[in-house]
Design a protein around this ligand. Structure first.
Ligand code: CP3
Length: 393
């Protein structure tokens, strides 16, 4: 057996050992107490708070000592330790092996002073148990083996139970939650139905969403049937993640900015609203995120969520004025800024903070995920800068 294979075997053995421990933990928990006490779900309670709860406090628009910060895609190819693990395992192997998902989730926590961990997984994972397998092809991104474009294919999609088809995600969450031990809260997530449908229908990434919108306009009944199925799966999946230990949820509607406000209202909003209603009913804060959403922000707020994720095209103070003080905001430095000299990053980050000064409920983040090739040191310095520059004395 080569070194790499031996390494995999060792990791998988460790993963199996862990899984057994988690299973017996779960059995113990069922016998003695509910698996997740309410106070640990980020709702407050009598027990001592998590060691660092400024992220959850900001989500709830409560006062904080410093502005919390985390980064979308904080685990990923920009980090050498992630690339080292990816040299040995495929992306799907990392997602499906709880021990490996744990390791990747913790990589940014060890390196950056971020205030939240995000489960390592991918928004596309539910597609496989629904009956639409895919792969991450090198250089191409996701490839759905058989794109879904007809009513018959939509009818054949399974509304899977998250505990069956996605049980490994729940195992990862339990493991991560235990390892974090209250250090920072854990965010779970899922893709929103428009964004998921765009991958299902186009078969991969898309510039103009021609096939997706064609189905939407030409066959609204088939479109609604697809949205219903995706929404049911996503909604159950998010609720199950809270049951497994997620203390916050983020709904990624990354490509919804391709729609006009009217089309969003007609074809997407009712479905997203249903998911967000179920997700917020668990009691944890829910972040509702999209990009290219300058014309959609009010509709997204009305669809639901505790926090609205703002991309970098809308200044934060504009978003705050438009959305009022009933929701917290997350954002919104342009991820490409991180390729600039640090003075430029610093100026831009301070500008984001200034635009939110005095407003409760700001979670600092980028306007979209960290890109491959981003200098790690810049990300580290940015997290520290956000804390220093926002310290309330
Ligand atoms: O944020 C995190 O650290 C958690 C992990 C995470 C990943 N994907 C890991 C990943 C999260 C939250 C996602 C969400 C996701 N996945 C979205 C929504 C957020 C966004 O960026 O808009 C979308 C659209 C996807 C679908 C997806 N997955 C694409 C388009 C790609 C290929 C693009 C790319 O960066 O290669 C992926 C693969 C993927 N998901 C990687 C990672 C770390 C890269 C895989 C690799 O190592 O090769």
């Amino acid at each position: 057996m080569g070194d790499a294979r031996r390494g995999v075997a060792r990791l998988l053995r460790r993963a199996t050992a862990r899984r057994v421990e988690v299973d017996s933990d779960a059995r113990m928990a069922r016998r003695s107490a509910p698996p997740i006490p309410v106070d640990q779900r980020g709702r407050g309670g009598d027990s001592p708070p998590a060691m660092n709860d400024r992220f959850l406090r900001a989500c709830r628009r409560e006062p904080v000592d410093r502005t919390p910060v985390w980064f979308m895609r904080q685990a990923g190819r920009y980090m050498p330790e992630y690339r080292a693990l990816r040299a040995k395992h495929s992306m799907l192997e990392l997602c499906r092996t709880p021990e490996l998902a744990l390791e990747v989730t913790l990589q940014p926590i060890k390196r950056l002073s971020v205030d939240a961990a995000i489960l390592f997984a991918d928004i596309l994972l539910p597609l496989e148990p629904m009956g639409a397998p895919f792969e991450f092809a090198a250089g191409e991104g996701p490839v759905i083996h058989t794109p879904i474009r007809s009513r018959a294919q939509i009818d054949a999609l399974r509304v899977c139970d998250p505990h069956e088809g996605l049980g490994y995600v729940m195992e990862s969450l339990k493991l991560i939650r235990r390892e974090l031990d209250g250090k920072v809260p854990l965010i779970g997530f899922a893709g929103a139905p428009f964004t998921l449908a765009s991958y299902l229908i186009e078969g991969g990434r898309s510039a103009h969403f021609v096939e997706t919108k064609t189905l939407m306009y030409r066959e609204p009944d088939a479109w609604n049937a697809l949205m219903e199925k995706l929404s049911t799966v996503v909604s159950r999946y998010l609720v199950a993640q809270v049951g497994a230990g997620a203390q916050c949820l983020q709904l990624f509607d990354s490509w919804v900015g391709a729609l006009s406000p009217d089309d969003y209202r007609t074809y997407v909003m009712p479905h997203v609203a249903r998911i967000l209603r179920d997700a917020t009913a668990t009691g944890v804060p829910v972040i509702h995120f999209g990009t290219g959403t300058a014309t959609l922000l009010e509709l997204q707020r009305d669809a639901g969520g505790t926090v609205i994720g703002v991309d970098w095209r809308t200044p934060m103070d504009d978003a705050r004025r438009r959305l009022g003080d009933g929701v917290a905001l997350q954002g919104n430095l342009d991820p490409v800024t991180l390729f600039a000299p640090f003075e430029v990053v610093e100026r831009a980050a301070r500008d984001v903070l200034r635009r939110m000064e005095g407003a409760p409920g700001h979670v600092f983040n980028l306007g979209h995920g960290i890109l491959p090739g981003t200098p790690v040191e810049t990300v580290q310095r940015l997290a520290d800068l956000v804390h220093e520059a926002s310290e309330r004395r």
